[in-house]
Write a protein that binds this ligand. Structure first.
Ligand SMILES: Cc1cc2nc3c(=O)[nH]c(=O)nc-3n(C[C@H](O)[C@H](O)[C@H](O)COP(=O)(O)OP(=O)(O)OC[C@H]3O[C@@H](n4cnc5c(N)ncnc54)[C@H](O)[C@@H]3O)c2cc1C
Length: 598
């Protein structure tokens, strides 16, 4: 029997964005958070390096500089009004987190400590600026714990381990969601005036990824299936430094603290690709550089990886060569102890997974699929926008990695996702509650969970001619080979065809576990369906974009083409599996597109 619950605002996702939305919505609206994971297991907890805000605690900095760096980092595809809004709000957002009790690392005089991060610069000297606020290399963990404590204190209703499988729309408005309770397998309808999606990313469609198992694009797939487009899906960030073969992330903070990249010939190759900020260039630039080094035979021992070296003697040697100083003007020099205290978790990962001690040996790394710039289209208040005219779907909101505001454009700067979560999570929560206050409870359609029952029945009663695990493997491989760091027409065509084939074969899958209690096989198979839908719109959007911009690097169209492509992609997934593309302009306020050099 399906149970029905009634709330003003239902938030799907208990990560940074969802909890921030919940805190703000719950001040005036009856709010529930549904999360397929226990909230503190959300991927926000894995964020290491920090949250960017122009506090200027250690040197001169301005939110306007942060905004310009973000626009440039986005390869001019980010909407500049939203970027300015985010970078201005970021400063207060960090102080809010501090006041919530977040234990930031501190400067000697007790202020929030800050460190350099890729693409964040002093706009006058073009040199790296210390802008990333951090709590050792556990910044996301601390944000998540802090926000969760605040939510508990505020008595927010949590439905932990409830997985949302569908959105309910009624008379063109959001009217709630349908979820399955993992412990019992029972369906629940959450009938509400407003719904906020904060479901995180979809990086599990690539073979080498830093992303958690739960990153299966549920929010994007559910909205696509309900006629809502996905924006800029072709832009997916590969982080340059994943642990070789495993993809586990090694934070950019390692380079912020002075780590250097070397190829097989022992050359500091970033000097050639980004002469000014070298190892702290933005991620797309460094990932491409690593691929090119490897392609030209300069991987370590000719293999497909390079070294990231944070041994104190290396850091000190290159700090001297670069003339790097501490905030007080003295030369920047580090000891092994200092490195260990700044990146304790990374050190642990490397020792555990690689048997490599980063203060004694260089770390083997390769680019790893990391972050979805694209997602559910929203405006800067988190309202979901369904066309190229800015039309809002009443009652529906999205925030965090699943959303595309767009502040990251074609390439996100490190530390800017955590900013995005707290700023846009907050506004999505506020706006959802305001909307709920003025709205009546929408009419619930007859049989609101019929669609979900049909989807699950299909998975339980398929022919069994295909295996989900095999389809997943083939998906991850084709995405890695053909929709990765470098792309070509031929590869993308092949990928589109392959994903279409996999979507067909998926219809023949049968889940062997027919049980109700914690049927993870059933839900993992359902998630594979989400990845397939998200992968199809990603590949189709990438095939169509005939230029190189940010994370989308086409070997056959190596230049950025502002004349034809300074626009956002919107992709609709039709019921017959075809994808319709549309475009909308980029919002430009004061930064005219320029060539991007670091
Ligand atoms: C290893 C790693 C390190 C990173 N480091 C940094 C960093 O230093 N700085 C930075 O700015 N960014 C960093 N990022 C990026 C950043 O952490 C993420 O983009 C961000 O935390 C995403 O937050 P979110 O709230 O959108 O999603 P999450 O925190 O992942 O939360 C998603 C939530 O949605 C729920 N959910 C998903 N699907 C469903 C469903 N169908 N039904 C119910 N619930 C669902 C999940 O249970 C979860 O609670 C890092 C990312 C990774 C992977």
């Amino acid at each position: 029997m399906t149970q029905t619950h009634v709330f003003d605002v239902v938030i799907v996702g208990g990560g940074g964005a969802g909890l921030m939305a919940a805190l703000n919505a719950s001040r005036s609206a009856k709010t529930a958070v549904l999360s397929k994971l226990y909230p503190t297991r959300s991927h926000t907890g894995a964020a290491q390096g920090g949250i960017g805000a122009a506090l200027g605690n250690l040197e001169e900095d301005h939110w306007e500089w942060h905004a310009f760096d973000t626009v440039k980092g986005s390869d001019y595809l980010g909407d500049q009004d939203a970027i300015e809004f985010m970078c201005r709000e970021a400063v207060q957002a960090v102080y809010d987190l501090e006041h919530f009790g977040l234990p930031f690392s501190r400067t000697a005089d007790g202020r929030i400590a800050q460190r350099p991060f890729g693409g964040h610069t002093n706009n006058l000297t073009k040199k790296p600026v210390r802008r990333s606020c951090y709590a050792a290399d556990r910044t996301g963990h601390m944000i998540l714990q802090t926000l969760y404590q605040q939510c508990i204190k505020n008595g927010i209703n949590f439905y932990d381990e409830f997985q949302v499988l569908d959105l309910i729309l009624s008379d063109g408005k959001a009217a709630g969601v349908v979820a399955v309770e993992l412990a019992t397998g029972e369906l629940h309808v959450f009938h509400s005036k407003a719904v906020v999606f904060a479901t995180g990313g979809h990086g599990r469609m690539w073979e080498i990824t830093s992303n958690a198992y739960a990153y299966t694009g549920d929010g994007v797939a559910i909205t696509l299936r309900n006629g809502i487009p996905a924006e800029d899906m072709e832009f997916f960030q590969f982080h340059p430094t994943g642990i070789y073969k495993l993809g586990i992330l090694i934070t950019e903070a390692v380079r912020g603290e002075g780590g250097i990249l070397f190829n097989g010939k022992g050359e500091r190759f970033m000097e050639r690709y980004a002469p000014t900020i070298k190892d702290l260039a933005s991620r797309d630039v460094i990932s491409r550089a690593i691929y090119l080094e490897i392609k030209e035979g300069r991987g370590i021992n000719g293999k497909d990886y390079v070294y990231l070296d944070v041994r104190p003697e290396t850091v000190n040697k290159y700090a001297e060569l670069d003339g790097r100083t501490r905030p007080d003007g003295t030369p920047y020099r580090v000891t092994a102890e200092e490195i260990l205290s700044k990146i304790p978790d990374i050190t642990d990962f490397c020792r555990t997974y690689l048997g490599v001690d980063p203060v004694k040996d260089p770390m083997p790394i390769q680019p790893t699929a990391h972050y979805a710039m694209g997602g559910i289209p929203t405006n800067k208040y988190g309202e979901v926008v369904v066309d190229d005219q800015g039309t809002v779907l009443p009652g529906l909101y999205a925030a965090g990695e699943c959303a595309c505001v767009s502040v990251h454009g074609a390439n996100r700067l490190g530390t800017n996702s955590l900013v995005d979560l707290v700023v846009f999570g907050k506004y999505a929560g506020i706006k959802a509650a305001e909307y709920a206050k003025g709205a009546d409870l929408p009419r619930l359609p007859a049989d609101p969970d019929a669609g979900v029952r049909r989807q699950l029945d299909n998975l339980l009663n398929g022919s069994g001619r295909e295996r989900a695990a095999q389809i997943g493997r083939e998906l991850r491989k084709v995405m890695m080979d053909d929709v990765g760091v470098f792309r070509t027409e031929e590869g993308l065509k092949q990928a589109v065809e392959k994903v279409r084939e996999l979507r067909e074969r998926y219809k023949q899958v049968r889940v062997s576990d027919g049980g109700k209690i914690f049927n993870t096989e059933l839900l993992n198979t359902w998630e594979l369906g989400c990845l397939l839908d998200a992968a199809l719109v990603t590949a189709v959007s990438a095939l169509e974009r005939k230029e190189s911009r940010g994370a989308h690097a086409r070997e056959d169209y190596p230049r950025r083409d502002d004349e034809n492509w300074l626009k956002h992609t919107l992709a609709w997934l039709n019921e017959d599996g075809s994808v319709r593309l549309g475009y909308k302009p980029v919002v430009i306020t004061q930064y005219a597109p320029k060539e991007r050099v670091y």
